[in-house]
Design a protein. Structure first.
Length: 157
């Protein structure tokens, strides 16, 4: 089993239960806000309970971080996820996609677990992306089955 969750914590901090106490103010301008908007648009496209960005409603929803987080918290996918967890997930995706050193370390930890006798890879959440990239980068592997586990968002608080 590969683990790289420690790469997303500041150096010297112990892994603790729960996510950092993030708020909407912690969503950075640029990429993080754009990714949050993309999540919102995707949630609205797949879940009729989510008001899409820019929709004309009786109560106008501003195109802001708070509005996106509020809309996503009502979606089936993010139901039950605390705001701090959503922002933490957003920051993990951002870090993985933009920090070449962190990405290389995560990929190396997964790739090191894929051996000549490995036939099945099971991945969870963002690990699905990491495992997929590790498999694509490892020519000649004997993996014949790649499984993604379903994230039970409702169990997170």
């Amino acid at each position: 089993m590969a683990f790289y969750g420690d790469l997303f914590r500041p150096p010297g901090e112990f892994l603790a239960v729960g996510d950092p106490p993030y708020t909407a103010a912690d969503v950075a301008d640029g990429f993080e806000q754009e990714l949050l908007l993309a999540w919102w648009q995707a949630a609205a496209a797949s879940d009729p309970a989510v008001v899409p960005p820019g929709a004309e409603t009786l109560v106008s929803t501003p195109g802001s971080v708070r509005a996106a987080l509020r809309a996503l918290s009502g979606s089936r996918f993010f139901a039950g996820v605390a705001l701090r967890a959503m922002v933490f997930d957003l920051k993990q995706v951002y870090a993985y996609l933009t920090d070449p050193s962190l990405r290389a370390q995560a990929l190396a930890r997964v790739a090191d677990q894929i051996r000549a006798d490995t036939r099945v890879v099971v991945a969870h959440s963002q690990g699905s992306v990491v495992a997929y990239e590790a498999l694509c980068a490892r020519s000649g592997h004997q993996v014949r089955r790649w499984c993604q586990s379903v994230h039970r968002w409702a169990s997170r608080t």
